[in-house]
Design a protein around this ligand. Sequence first.
Ligand SMILES: [Fe+2]
Length: 187
Amino acid sequence: MSIEEIFSAMSAHMVTGMMVHEQLMNSYLFLNLKGYAACHEYHYMSETKGHIRLSRYKVDHYDMIITQTFDSNNVPDIVPMSWYGFNRNNIDPSMRIQAIEAALDEWIKWEEETKSFYQKIYTDLLTQNEIPFAEFVKSYILDVEEEIVYAKSERLAKSSMGFDIVSILEEQEEYEKRFKKKLKNIL
Ligand SMILES: [Fe+2]
């Protein structure tokens, strides 16, 4: 890919990623799991900052604005269509558990796709001898790797306790505090 195409593809991918976190946040708010919602609000804002960093990098290092190529077909569909006409007061415990499991799986799947996408770009840039830009892309690979490790450990922790809804409800307050603090630190 040309440098121009790489920037456009990365920008479009990041916009989808921000929407993934926004939809996960909305799903958890709907499920009344405010701690998990705060986790995705944090990632949403953190990745928005990452997107801004990319835009700035293009202008600073290549003197040009990124050409936006986001395709509306890439809007994620994390929130099940059936939820849009549903009232959250009617959610039963089994629906809540299924939704948590599905949300964790969607999160891990998206971040693994993202890592693979960035890694392809990284190797492409190395073959083009674009070392500084490759190093810049590497910082996103390392960030997403951390996110995957965290998301997978969350998935394992929940499945280990059989997605026990009482424990899940009990930990919301602590999660909310932790991620609101992390959010403040990046703003
Ligand atoms: Fe993410």
